[in-house]
Design a protein around this ligand. Structure first.
Ligand code: G6P
Length: 614
């Protein structure tokens, strides 16, 4: 949610900043802007509504010189997405420029106080308040920029990752964070700053992740120094990045989303690698084994997540209850954090988050931690805030996911949850050896089975063409495939803007059946599992009302293939892993419908990939 990037060093800042903004565009693309300090020390801001490409177009006729700069790509919260509300923002005297990711909750009060002191505001944003406050403190206390920033931060309530540069100062950037992420890259006589490591990786593999309430004083004179809000200097903990540039590029695909869908045979293998032995007789999730007693004695598990990760959490509930006989509750992190939940000492909270930065999930983790729960994280981004806030965890290892609609992260999350349930069930003795070995075998087949499903690419693209007219879609599934239906509907909604609802198929007659007519396509996940017969009856009910059925079936099906209007045949696996396979054709269906509708698949309107605001 908003991407920020900064550079200071001996190179031209602008090309580094603009490339960095492109990398961070998944975080928001309502507007973009850049502030540069020119060779003669002047501070210039250029900004524009729209995507980063629009800013680039404007910059063609501007002076882009300078070796210090900050840049921003916005996901609007306060103030509509126009040129004025775009970041960076100047201070009153135009001596300072700021970029901000986050929300300042007490901005209205601060703004009033500053206005009373003669400060005028150009934008409707909460962010402009920060830079004005810093300048006010600088002027009234005659203190240095880092000191003014530190004092200003003490007045702020809310979340921020900020970077500030000062007119005439070609050697310094000040940055700080609280609840929104910020990474400093350390090069040879140069420094980089970004919301995540993706803009940094092609310049250096040495990074420092700022902690909450830390201020980075980045100077070409004294290097990087980090202070907390009470002015205590912190040690610099340099981490080595494990990220390759090729993972951040489209690699010949028209969209990141399609690339990421097609990466799944590999990402599933990566998620399993080192966790299942080559003989396929053992699965070990070290985060579980290292805390075996805690897991075995857990009275309850609460899964917290948002969006697609929440759908993976629902599957996690089915898996853990089935295999480990521990009661599981799945909560939207945003609800959990504000509803005074009962959390006891023996409880385990599993936080699932691709980015590891979702503000609500992070807050839910902090809440559960404060009440004494053991926190286990399932994240993708290594070193992310949630990964660092948990007691233990398991990375899904699917590589950077850049398309805003989550695909490979979802299948990776379910795969890790399956390994968690198997590891725990095995050690707890709640599953038989035969069951355990059978499931490991299925787990190891997933990758090849997904590769087979991807062969249906053209067939699914043709099917998508037929349905671009639809205004509504229903997605139905049962058991483990119910969350897959929810996820299929979410994918379509997110990127095609067609209204879609996911439902447990048997619940359909309690409401959604009223929507069925010949205009309304229904996607049914009808794999040949133990509830197959029931699913057939539900399909008949839809057909009887003139509905159009697209059915996901298995090769051994010989009933639904005759009733459905269209079928997509996927390989058979155990019911536990069925949602992994069923979700792949649904990703492709959503993708092609969105492409045929001319949507911006990787950057759908109003969405952002990393939701670092509440
Ligand atoms: C946003 C994204 C979704 C994602 C959700 C949770 O809404 O658009 O794709 O599922 O956030 O994100 P997380 O990074 O916590 O999994």
């Amino acid at each position: 949610m908003c991407g920020i990037v900064g550079y200071i060093g001996n190179k031209e800042a602008y090309p580094i900043l603009i490339k960095g903004l492109h990398r961070l565009e998944y975080r928001g693309y309502d507007s973009a802007g850049v502030a540069l300090i020119s060779e003669d020390g002047d501070l210039k801001i250029y900004k524009s509504r729209g995507k980063v490409a629009e800013l680039e177009r404007i910059m063609q006729s501007k002076d882009t010189g300078g070796h210090v700069g900050i840049a921003h790509t916005r996901w609007a919260t306060h103030g509509e997405p126009n040129d004025i509300n775009a970041h960076p923002h100047y201070s009153e005297s135009r001596n300072l420029a700021i970029i901000h990711n986050g929300i300042i909750e007490n901005y209205a009060l601060l703004k009033e106080a500053l206005q009373a002191n003669g400060y005028t505001f150009k934008s409707d944003t909460d962010s402009e308040v920060i830079v004005q406050l810093i300048e006010y403190i600088q002027n009234t206390n005659r203190c240095s920029l880092p000191e003014a920033v530190r004092r200003a931060l003490r007045e702020l309530v809310g979340a921020y990752a900020i970077a500030i540069i000062e007119k005439g100062n070609k050697t310094r950037i000040i940055a700080a964070r609280k609840s929104s992420p910020l990474v400093v890259g350390i090069g040879q006589g140069e420094f980089f700053l970004a919301s995540d490591a993706t803009p940094i990786v092609e310049h250096t593999d040495k990074v420092v992740y700022l902690n909450n309430d830390e201020i980075a004083d980045i100077s070409l004179d004294h290097g990087l120094r980090i202070f907390d809000i009470d002015n205590n200097e912190s040690d610099i903990d340099i981490k080595q990045l494990q990220l390759s540039i090729s993972e951040l590029e489209k690699g010949g695909y028209p969209h990141f989303m399609l690339k990421e869908i097609f990466e799944q045979p590999k990402t599933i293998t990566d998620a399993i690698r080192g966790r299942v032995n080559v003989e396929m007789t053992n699965v070990v999730l070290s985060g579980v084994i290292d805390n075996k007693e805690i897991f075995i004695n857990a009275k309850r598990i609460i899964i917290v997540a948002c969006g697609t990760s929440w759908h993976a959490g629902l599957i996690g509930e089915y898996l853990i209850e089935d295999m480990c006989r521990i009661p599981v509750e799945v909560e939207y992190a945003s609800e959990f954090r504000y509803r005074n939940p009962v959390i006891n000492k023996g409880d385990i909270v599993i936080a699932i988050s691709q980015s590891g930065e979702t503000a609500d999930t992070l807050a839910a983790v902090e809440l559960a931690k404060s009440k004494g729960a053991f926190i286990f994280g399932i994240c993708n981004v290594v070193g992310s805030s949630i990964a660092r806030a948990t007691d233990s965890g398991a990375y899904i290892h699917v590589g950077p996911e850049i398309g805003v609609a989550s695909t490979k992260a979802f299948t990776g999350q379910v795969t890790v949850l399956m390994m968690l349930a198997l590891t725990l069930g095995h050690h707890k003795g709640t599953i038989s050896q035969e069951f355990y070995l059978d499931k490991i075998k299925h787990l190891c087949q997933l990758s090849e089975q997904i590769a087979d499903i991807l062969q249906l690419d053209n067939q699914i693209a043709d099917l998508a063409k037929i349905f671009t007219y639809a205004r509504n879609f229903l997605y139905l599934g049962r058991g483990y495939n119910y969350p897959a239906a929810l996820e299929g509907a979410l994918k379509l909604k997110e990127i095609s803007y067609i209204h879609a609802e996911g439902y447990p198929i048997a619940e359909m007659k309690h409401g959604p059946i009223a929507l069925i007519d010949s205009e309304m396509p229904t996607v049914v996940i009808a794999t040949t599992d133990k509830i197959y017969e029931k699913t057939i009856s539900n399909i008949q009910e839809i057909k009887a009302r003139g509905g159009k059925i697209i059915a996901i079936i298995n090769p051994d099906d010989n009933i639904v293939r005759k009733i459905a209007d269209y079928i997509i045949e996927i390989p058979r696996t155990c019911e536990h892993l069925s949602p992994v396979l069923a979700s792949v054709p649904l990703q492709l269906l959503a993708y092609y419908i969105a492409v045929y509708k001319g949507r911006d698949v990787d950057r759908p309107r109003n969405l952002a990939k990393s939701v670092t605001v509440e």
